[in-house]
Design a protein around this ligand. Structure first.
Ligand code: SF4
Length: 186
């Protein structure tokens, strides 16, 4: 099986989830958020095809890291590949975070017609959900670019059938604020 990636594995990230993480940058996203930081990851034909078995060998070398983050792009546009990768990461003891432009509620609606969404969620520990909204842009929220995005405990959310927010990440650090009128951070 192959996965379409935007770039090679990125190790040692401290901004894409808790701890020291390896980031997998998926290629392809249809959310088209205004002000997206990664517009080059939108095209579903760009990037490159990566053999997942080869990727697993690279991920094994990430065992000293705290976990893996599926980002992009949006991993929910490559459900089979993302599930295979997430399942493997968990099997070697790596926690799995994932970013998506969908909200948890939207995923639950889509999952009624596509059970593969649930399969992927079952292999994710933490989901950062929702589109990037430039009107809610902030640099003060941990691991998120805009205030509407939430950090969700996926296992609890699936059990309770509603998003369960991990509140410890809501203790944000107010060191910079975005002044919308001036289009700048102060
Ligand atoms: S979901 Fe993420 S990658 Fe996709 S357009 Fe929005 S910000 Fe960009």
């Amino acid at each position: 099986m192959y996965v379409r990636l935007a770039s090679p594995l990125q190790r040692d990230s401290i901004v894409d989830g808790e701890g020291l993480r390896t980031v997998i940058w998926f290629q392809g996203c249809a959310h088209n958020c205004f002000g997206c930081h990664n517009p080059s990851t939108h095209d579903f034909e760009s990037g490159f095809l990566q053999d997942i078995e080869e990727l697993k060998k690279q991920l094994k070398k990430s065992c000293y890291q705290d976990g893996v983050t599926l980002s992009g792009g949006d991993p929910f546009f490559q459900l089979d590949a993302a599930t295979e990768i997430a399942r493997f990461c968990q099997s070697i003891g790596l926690s799995v975070w994932a970013y998506t432009g969908y909200t948890f509620e939207q995923l639950m609606i889509l999952a009624k017609k596509n059970k593969k969404i649930i399969e992927l969620l079952e292999n994710i520990d933490v989901l950062v959900d929702g589109r990037f909204d430039i009107t809610k842009k902030t640099l003060n929220y941990k691991f998120r670019g805009s205030k509407n995005q939430r950090i969700i405990d996926v296992k609890k959310s699936l059990k309770q059938e509603k998003p369960v927010i991990i509140t410890k990440y809501d203790q944000n650090e107010p060191y910079i604020t975005y002044q919308k009128e001036k289009h700048m951070y102060i």
